[in-house]
Design a binder for this molecule. Structure first.
Ligand code: SF4
Length: 453
């Protein structure tokens, strides 16, 4: 069986492996033993030096690069990173995991894109490793780790409440009986056997629970432990100074993550005949009549929908991701506005200004609408935008002209540029394109636009 650390580098065994490392200076040294494992891994690409780690630092950085490539690169070649699935790499990989966690914790803020990347990469690494394992070996290692976490049959679901609370696990993934999770086959058949007419209960167990649920719980639990580990390092940073080698690794990671992610950025999706739809400063002169009317203030019925649904989605996508309708991917605000500076300094002020222009001012009689605005940006039902809450709700996409005409007809005052337009966002991109062609965009807008790319 593979070492437990292959799946759980936070195990006692994993911590012992790290203690065996001579000193952190070593992580930058050329490592013959590591190279030997890498180049003798079946089907491993060795012609591309970029993917072959020479040092423990390379291995740590490649762990994150692997994840970004694996998630985004349509031509991803699994053989480039095959060594991560060679069980012989476990000791080096365990060290790579720990130095990576320390570097990420010291360089990046809690809840940042980089912390999320690391936690998600660990989840995917576990999933992929389990998939590649032989069935009996997989069962053995999953049972051993789950037992370590005291997850046995009959535990109460509240044991997993942190996972449910952070949406890593959904209650709908679990089978509950009187508040306890049912994981055991015999217990399932005993409890629910008579509930399935015409179906074999054992077969239903295999579909609903089986090994899949145990593996899911294990993966999500280890992701949560990884997140907790990062937090615990960050808490200690107030009293302990990080080793210079880890600080240096943090700097290298910052560069590597930006560089690798930028290769797959589709935030400048093609706008067809209007050129590329780039992010950039908001150009109010390019707003369609429905949006200009909303910004000027809405006095009659529909005030709340105009601000919360129409304007919030329009302004945020126009500023951050005008190419949304030409893309097939799901995005979050922080994928583009990583530190939320644009959201806090440009998007929300414009929405709040429009809310203030309403008669009566929106927040004066309905202050709770601020929370609804935050929620439509994807940050859950909270009073402030915060990376930690992102994903609790969806980033609401802009309404179509058809919907606006139906629900907010008083705002749609079509002009000649509305012809053949089916969404205010398309109007905005087209109008910006026309203005740019006619030399009507001032230099500030153009410079801002390109500096934000
Ligand atoms: S046609 Fe569409 S873009 Fe033009 S004002 Fe009406 S809703 Fe807005």
């Amino acid at each position: 069986m593979a070492l437990v650390s292959y799946i759980n580098p936070l195990s006692e065994e994993g911590r012992n492996i790290v203690r065996g490392l001579g000193g952190l200076e070593e992580i930058f040294n050329h490592n013959d033993a590591l190279m030997d494992i890498v180049i003798h891994t079946n089907r491993q690409t060795i012609s591309n030096q970029e993917v072959v780690p020479d040092t423990l630092v390379d291995l740590a950085i490649n762990r994150i690069k692997w994840y970004i490539e694996r998630k985004n690169n349509k031509e991803f070649n699994p053989n480039d990173y095959n060594y991560f699935f060679n069980e012989r790499i476990v000791e080096f990989d365990t060290i790579a995991y720990h130095i990576l966690a320390q570097a990420i914790a010291s360089k990046f803020r809690p809840g940042s894109r980089e912390v999320k990347l690391f936690v998600e990469s660990q989840g995917l690494m576990i999933e992929d490793r389990l998939i590649k394992m032989q069935l009996s070996e997989k069962k053995e290692i999953v049972d051993e780790i789950l037992n370590d976490f005291l997850i046995q049959d009959g535990i109460e679901w509240s044991f997993l409440k942190d996972l449910v609370a952070t949406k890593k696990l959904s209650l709908t993934d679990l089978v509950l009986q009187n508040g306890e999770i049912v994981l055991d086959k015999e217990e399932f058949v005993y409890s629910f056997g008579d509930k399935f007419s015409g179906r074999v209960p054992e077969r239903v167990y295999d579909i609903l629970i089986g090994d899949n649920l145990r593996e899911l719980i294990l993966t999500k639990l280890l992701m949560q432990k990884t997140e907790d580990y990062i937090k615990s390092i960050q808490d200690k940073l107030a009293i302990v100074e990080m080793h210079p080698s880890i600080v240096e690794l943090g700097e290298m990671l910052d560069e590597a993550i930006d560089e690798t992610l930028s290769e797959y950025s589709t935030y400048y999706a093609s706008g067809g005949s209007y050129g590329n739809m780039e992010i950039g400063k908001l150009i109010r002169e390019a707003f369609p009549p429905c949006i200009a009317n909303t910004v000027a203030g809405v006095s009659s019925g529909g005030r709340n929908d105009a601000i919360v649904l129409l304007l919030t989605s329009f302004v945020s996508y126009a500023r951050l991701y005008p190419g949304i309708f030409g893309s097939d991917r799901t995005v979050k605000v922080s994928d583009i506005d990583t530190n939320l500076n644009i959201t806090l300094n440009e998007i929300l002020p414009l929405i709040f200004e429009a809310a203030d222009n309403c008669t009566p001012p929106l927040f004066e009689d309905q202050p709770q609408e601020k929370i609804n605005i935050i929620s439509k940006l994807g940050f859950g039902m909270h009073e402030e935008v915060s990376l930690e809450n992102e994903g609790e709700t969806k980033w609401y996409t802009p309404m179509s002209c058809e919907k606006i005409k139906m629900h907010l007809p008083q705002l749609c005052k079509e002009n000649k540029d509305c012809a053949k337009i089916n969404n205010p966002l398309s109007y905005y991109s087209r109008k910006k394109w026309i203005m740019s062609k006619n030399g009507e965009l001032n230099n500030d807008s153009i410079e801002e636009s390109s500096s934000n790319q």
